[in-house]
Write a protein of this length. Structure first.
Lengths: 246, 207
């Protein structure tokens, strides 16, 4: 993956990251891992508040999610986040788009809860007093305040996923992409994470196999064999997908 | 129990002691003179029980992993030197282990990492990012229990399917899982802005 640091770019990363939300755009996007093509000529404009992405395993939906904050760069076409190109404005895009992974264990990089939440703010050079305040706020919001100094590996699966979400939201991204956030969770924690997503003011894209999670979403995409094969309101799109899988 | 689980958030004078001072004292203990070795162990135990609020059980749990080292050390000295020298060596090692427990119980990992980063600051001149070294240490502490947990899961899965040499068979699947974990964690570091800073330029490359 290429990494670009724009030492003399204008506008600055901070200015670019603060621009207003318009839409996620994929323009003729294709992606291949070596010889294996996983996305083919995908073109989309996603101005909606909440977008769901469903599809079978290996269909390309996780790659689609990773394209949205530049974890994966397109091998053809362009991905634009509110006008910022992931290929050329990578740092600004990553400040705008938070990413929550399926396995929180892979996302938690510091040994204790509060230190892990503070990690992203340290990277953004947020001053210590503001950092401490924002960490305390987000831990309280997700019921983790009592665990602030506890080792992260002692948390339950649901608490770890909430910690992973807190670690992203504390950075105040304009958008959040979730890659199968409920797959490893029990029913109670799935509901808790669904509630967290529902309450977010940020625009969200959720890749999931959990069809119940998509109730109330604005738009749902079905990805099959690297292409978007259905695109519409959740009710009709999910019904179409379920019928196709039956 | 993980050493990290020892940390006690209840504030005390030891919590307010700078992490650098605690680490320096820990280093000083390793070169303790013979005359004060016994007294030092007593002081460390008192600090552990009263200052760090560790229980006697927690203290003994810290000594358990090094128990055979202590016995071996004493046996070695009985053969090569004498009982007094062996007892002193055992006393020093036990003191160090307990003192390290006191430091762990009263110091946040972030504070310890900050000391390491401060010590590594001169490496900036040769293009090294001290923050990266600190992150590597923090991630090592974070992932040791996680890798142990994954190893235990594989061992159970193998045992459930009748594996008779689980330790030998553990290595390849564990390596595969750790590499997958490393890949996703690298993505997570990117997504959380770990690469947000341009690397420092080595002194001889500055224009």
């Amino acid at each position: 993956m290429s990494r670009r640091w724009r030492r003399s770019a204008a506008p600055s990363v901070e200015e670019a990251a603060a621009r207003p939300r318009t839409a996620l755009e994929l323009v003729g996007v294709g992606h291949a891992y070596g010889e294996r093509t996983v996305l083919r000529d995908v073109s989309l404009v996603l101005p909606e508040h909440r977008v769901g992405v469903i599809g079978s395993n290996g269909s390309g939906k996780s790659t689609l999610a990773r394209l949205l904050n530049g974890l994966v760069l397109p091998t053809s076409g362009r991905v634009l986040v509110d006008g910022l190109d992931t290929a050329t404005d990578l740092r600004a895009v990553r400040r705008r788009v938070g990413f929550v992974f399926q396995d929180p264990d892979a996302q938690i990089v510091h040994p204790t809860v509060a230190e892990d939440v503070a990690f992203g703010l340290l990277n953004q050079r947020v001053p210590a007093p503001e950092r401490d305040q924002r960490v305390a706020e987000v831990l309280a919001r997700y019921g983790l305040a009592g665990h602030a100094d506890h080792p992260a590996h002692l948390l339950s699966g649901g608490q770890k996923q909430l910690l992973a979400i807190a670690g992203v939201l504390v950075m105040r991204p304009a958008r959040v992409v979730f890659d199968e956030p409920t797959t490893l969770l029990d029913l109670a924690n799935r509901r808790r994470v669904a509630q967290v997503i529902e309450e977010l003011e940020q625009d969200v894209v959720v890749v999931t196999h959990d069809l119940d999670l998509l109730a109330g979403f604005d738009r749902v995409l079905v990805v099959e064999d690297g292409r978007v094969v259905a695109d519409g309101a959740p009710g009709e799109t999910v019904d179409w997908y379920v019928a196709r899988m039956s | 129990m993980s050493a990290l689980a020892l940390y006690s958030p209840v504030p005390s004078a030891l919590h307010r002691t700078p992490a650098g001072l605690e680490l320096a004292a820990l280093a000083g203990l390793s070169v303790l003179p013979v005359r004060v070795a016994g007294a030092a162990l007593g002081v460390v135990v008192v600090l552990a029980l009263i200052g760090a609020r560790l229980t006697p059980r927690q203290l003994l749990a810290q000594l358990r992993p090094v128990w055979w080292w202590l016995v071996g050390l004493l046996a070695f000295h009985l053969i090569v030197t004498d009982l007094a020298t062996g007892a002193l060596a055992v006393l020093r090692l036990a003191t160090l282990v307990l003192a390290a427990a006191v430091v762990t119980a009263t110091t946040k990992v972030a504070e310890l990492v900050a000391v390491v980063e401060w010590l590594c600051a001169p490496l900036r001149l040769v293009g090294v990012r001290p923050a990266r070294i600190g992150l590597a240490i923090a991630m090592t502490l974070r992932f040791i229990p996680l890798v142990a947990e994954r190893a235990e899961r594989i061992r159970e899965a193998q045992a459930a399917r009748g594996a008779t040499r689980p330790l030998f068979l553990l290595l390849v699947p564990l390596l595969v899982q750790v590499l997958q974990l490393a890949h996703t964690t690298a993505e997570a570091l990117d997504a959380r802005g770990a690469d947000d800073e341009a690397p420092p330029r080595a002194l001889w490359r500055r224009s």
